[in-house]
Unconditional design. Structure first.
Length: 342
């Protein structure tokens, strides 16, 4: 009886192809991909662990902050539109924007990419976006993992996860305990849907023709706010902050307010982006829009009223912060003034 030779490759996992990807990453690191002074990873690409010299951070009383996130079902649209070079920016942004909520300077980033069937060309494009995101955030990609998982994902499917670490001095740590009665709430504009609410977006898209402009808007990579926010933190202009992700503006903002204080928000001040007006036309209620999407507000900062005049200087015109509310002492945890202006 003839023996059947089973191999890992026949089961659907091609290790030699993923090894080629590791070599590609290694070659990139030698071709001038930005390295930070703290990097210990020269020649260590493909190792079992990644190294970072934290002793060079020169921060007194340092606290390490860590975050992990993904980009949700936005990966499905990347697949649908066959565009993979920006989804990595989203991955970095979702983690880095969480880090800076606590005032942390991003240090390094790691990624996890899982495929049903590994695709070298797709992987290189995803990596290109991740590296672009790390450069925007001024942190280093120091490691990651690529997995091929036949039977868990269909051949064309993939998923992404990111992991980031930052550092902040105890004196600069942003905390809701810092928030005071009379503080002002500023909205910082988003540049699109970012990476939340895409299951609802995909539901709306079913059976519709999608033009080039709409595709561009739907895959617009998430804005990374670290440079601007860290400038304000270094000058002690911020008491607290909120990254507006899943759950929307109000839910995420409330996570950054102490229990003894309340929020007064004027929804009519929100500068709603055109993409959200398009989504709204599909029969989505205001309540659902606010709960699911950022509606044009990607990040919020809570600022002492005496520092208000300094806030806009850190931002370009496109992302100038504007006041949408204030902190009060009130029996109601949140008071909403006016409705969204569509």
């Amino acid at each position: 009886m003839k023996k059947i030779k089973n191999t890992y490759k026949k089961s659907g996992v091609n290790i030699s192809l993923t090894n080629k990807f590791v070599k590609h990453i290694s070659s990139l690191s030698k071709k001038g991909v930005k390295k930070r002074k703290n990097s210990f990873n020269k020649g260590n690409i493909g190792g079992f662990g990644s190294l970072y010299d934290i002793s060079k951070s020169k921060i007194k009383d340092p606290i390490i902050v860590s975050c992990t996130d993904g980009v949700g079902t936005k990966v499905e649209l990347a697949n649908q539109f066959n565009k993979f070079d920006t989804i990595g920016i989203d991955l970095v942004a979702m983690c880095i924007n969480d880090l800076i909520v606590q005032g942390a300077k991003p240090l390094f980033f790691l990624d996890y990419i899982a495929f049903g069937k590994f695709n070298l060309n797709k992987s290189k494009k995803i990596l290109k976006g991740i590296l672009a995101g790390c450069n925007l955030a001024e942190c280093e990609l120091i490691g990651g993992e690529t997995a091929e998982m036949p039977g868990v994902y269909s051949e064309s499917k993939f998923d992404l996860a990111g992991f980031s670490v930052g550092i902040v001095s105890k004196k600069k740590l942003l905390n809701k305990k810092n928030v005071k009665n009379g503080d002002r709430i500023f909205a910082i504009p988003s540049n699109g849907i970012h990476s939340n609410g895409y299951s609802l977006v995909r539901s709306i898209l079913k059976g519709r023709k999608i033009n080039t402009l709409l595709k561009k808007n739907l895959l617009q990579p998430t804005k990374i706010y670290s440079k601007e926010i860290l400038k304000l933190i270094n000058k002690n202009y911020i008491h607290s902050a909120a990254h507006i992700t899943g759950g929307g503006l109000i839910e995420n903002l409330m996570r950054s307010i102490p229990d003894n204080l309340s929020v007064e928000i004027d929804l009519s001040r929100i500068k709603i982006l055109k993409i959200f007006k398009w989504i709204k036309k599909s029969g989505i209620s205001d309540k659902e829009m606010l709960k699911t999407f950022n509606c044009g507000v990607g990040f919020c900062i809570i600022v002492p009223k005496e520092k208000v005049r300094f806030i806009s200087k850190a931002f370009s015109n496109k992302f100038k912060p504007y006041q949408i509310g204030k902190i009060k002492k009130n029996s109601k945890k949140i008071k909403v003034i006016n409705k969204l202006k569509w």
